[in-house]
Write a new protein. Structure first.
Length: 151
């Protein structure tokens, strides 16, 4: 299995399909007003570093780093269900953390949803801890907010 994590375009057909699958999952799980995913066009903005995980020449996972004035925010983190458990999410996270350090970010933050146990496991393995809502987020019964300071 050949796996690479690389800068990629959210408009690539494989990645667009992953993102739309992720968006649909969020719509199925949570009320519309609590969803905070970025559109494919928003993911193409200059403040976003977007990464794709390519396995055997096909994208199977993605994650984004949204650069804010005083922190970085993880967005659009998703791995195809049929390849989960192979370390792909960890490799995407490592790439995002390395990029964050190169950009001299001091903190990473994220918002995730209740019931996303695989995602929570990943975030806890990478030492993210619960925090208060940040940025434009408003607390609700479906969201979990987390942060991690970077050395």
């Amino acid at each position: 299995m050949t796996l690479s994590i690389e800068y990629a375009s959210p408009r690539h057909p494989d990645l667009k399909k992953l993102l739309l699958t992720s968006h649909q999952l969020m719509k199925d799980l949570y009320p519309e007003e609590t969803n905070s995913y970025l559109s494919i066009n928003e993911l193409c903005s200059s403040n976003i570093h977007f990464f794709g995980a390519r396995q055997n020449q096909r994208y199977c996972g993605c994650g984004a780093l949204d650069i804010k004035p005083d922190y970085g925010e993880l967005k659009s983190f998703f791995v195809e269900p049929n390849v989960r458990g192979n370390g792909i999410a960890s490799l995407i996270m490592q790439k995002i953390m390395l990029t964050s350090k190169k950009l001299n970010l001091k903190t990473l933050k994220l918002e995730t949803g209740i019931g996303l146990d695989n995602a929570m496991g990943l975030y806890k393995r990478f030492e993210f801890e619960s925090c208060e809502p940040f940025g434009n987020y408003i607390g609700n019964e479906y969201s979990i907010f987390m942060k991690r300071d970077l050395p």
